[in-house]
Structure formats: structure tokens, C-alpha cells
Design a protein around this ligand. Structure first.
Ligand code: ADP
Ligand code: NI
Length: 220
């Protein structure tokens, strides 16, 4: 993938600046810090895959600039990412490829998809890795707090196998989010590196849940 106007490093730098501009003020778990972690993880995963590295980098940097929760008016068309890429002088076929990666990245219950391309796999695994492990726990409670969710309610069981519409409209406790999404991610990684990293982070989630529930029940 190439830009007609910028060298590779300049394109990456501009995509990063654009993501920071749009996401900087977010405190619900989608801040520019999340984007930069996804970028670094995607680069690390891509080292072991046969992919177009620039595509992986640009898609990772732009993956949340049309997120439906933050930008409901551009989520469908991916207008923010599309405009950035057009103005950067990228070819239409490359723009379409990046928009497809962004379209396929999200976890949306049983309607989640395996990306069509190896570049998409790198970005999806990276995004999912940032939802688990210590950072993932911090992000889940940040999201829960910013949406007024309870930490936990033993009388409210988690709901599994939700469709996209159900997953998006479902309001639940933050602890339930672990069972409804976070613990499911380990087995849905699509790259070797993603699988290896997810295994570690998944163990961390399990240890956290065990401790949380023991403290809640007063057995520890
Ligand atoms: P991403 O952009 O990483 O795919 P999402 O858009 O699904 O993630 O959500 C952003 C962050 O907020 C993630 O860490 C996710 O796990 C967390 N999150 C999303 N929904 C909930 C929820 N209902 N309760 C707690 N955390 C949530
Ligand atoms: Ni994300």
C-alpha cells in the first residue's frame, strides 16, 4: 500500500496524529492510548505473518475513528477513515481494503467475523488483546464506570450467545462483561502470536475473577 503524497513514515505519523485528534478526549476505554497499544501489538503480530505491514499499521491506527459508540454518524460509511485515506493520496483499492479491516474488527457477539485478510487478522487480534489482561480489566471497569454500570450482581447471570443487536443493547454488570466477551476472546484469536499472547492474558483474567468472587463472598 502506498500514498501518492507521503513516504511510509509520514503516512503512519499522520494517521497517528489524526487518531489522537479524534480520540484524545475519550475516557470510556477508546482513548488514543488504546489505539497506540493496538498499533504496537499489531506490529508485533505482523512480524510473524506474511502481510502488507503498512496496511496493518494504518488500519490499526484508524480502527476506532468511526467506532459506532463514539461516532454514530460515520460508523456505517467509515467516513472519517475514508476521508483521511483519500486526502493522503491512497488508491481506492487500498482504501477499500482498510475500510474492510475496520468493518470486521469488532467483537459483536455471535455476529463477529473472522477477517477476510491476514492484515485484518493482525489488527483484530491486537484489538482483542487490549481487551484482556491487566489493561483489559482496567478498561472494562473504566467503561462500566463511565456508563454507570454496577460492578457485579450475583442475581444477574451473564447472557451468552448474543447477536449483534442483543449485544449492543444489553445492559449488564461489568463482571458479566467478562463472561459475555472477555473470556471468549482467547479461543477466537486468528494468528499464532495472538493466540500465545492471549493465553497469558486470559490466565490473568481468570485469576482476577477468582479473587474478586472470593472477596465478594467473604471467603478470602
Ligand atoms: P474495542 O474497541 O477494543 O473492540 P469495545 O468497543 O467493544 O472494544 O469496548 C471498548 C472497551 O470497553 C473494551 O475494553 C471492552 O471490553 C469494554 N467494554 C465494552 N462493553 C463493555 C461492558 N458492557 N462492560 C464493561 N466493559 C465493556
Ligand atoms: Ni479498539
Amino acid at each position: 500500500m502506498k500514498s501518492r503524497f507521503y513516504a511510509e513514515e509520514e503516512l503512519i505519523f499522520r494517521a497517528q496524529a489524526y487518531a489522537e485528534e479524534l480520540l484524545n478526549s475519550d475516557r470510556s476505554g477508546h482513548g488514543a492510548d488504546h489505539t497506540m497499544r493496538v498499533y504496537r501489538l499489531a506490529c508485533r503480530i505482523a512480524e510473524n505473518e506474511s502481510v502488507d505491514r503498512i496496511k496493518v499499521k494504518v488500519a490499526a491506527l484508524l480502527h476506532d475513528v468511526d467506532d459506532v459508540k463514539l461516532f454514530p454518524e460515520t460508523a456505517k460509511t467509515k467516513a472519517n477513515a475514508a476521508r483521511f485515506l483519500k486526502e493522503a493520496g491512497c488508491e481506492d483499492a487500498d482504501i477499500a481494503a482498510i475500510l474492510t479491516i475496520i468493518e470486521q474488527v469488532s467483537f459483536i457477539g455471535t455476529d463477529s467475523v473472522k477477517p477476510d485478510t491476514p492484515e485484518g487478522c493482525c489488527v483484530q487480534d491486537a484489538d482483542r488483546l487490549d481487551a484482556i489482561g491487566a489493561i483489559g480489566i482496567a478498561r472494562a471497569f473504566t467503561y462500566g464506570g463511565s456508563h454507570g454500570r454496577a460492578l457485579y450482581d450475583p442475581n444477574e447471570p451473564p447472557r451468552l450467545n448474543m447477536t449483534e443487536a442483543e449485544y449492543r443493547s444489553h445492559i449488564s454488570t461489568t463482571l458479566n462483561h467478562f463472561y459475555e466477551k472477555l473470556l471468549l476472546l482467547k479461543d477466537r484469536m486468528t494468528t499464532e502470536t495472538g493466540r500465545a499472547l492471549a493465553k497469558e492474558r486470559h490466565r490473568y483474567l481468570e485469576g482476577f475473577l477468582e479473587e474478586f468472587l472470593a472477596e465478594w463472598e467473604g471467603t478470602r
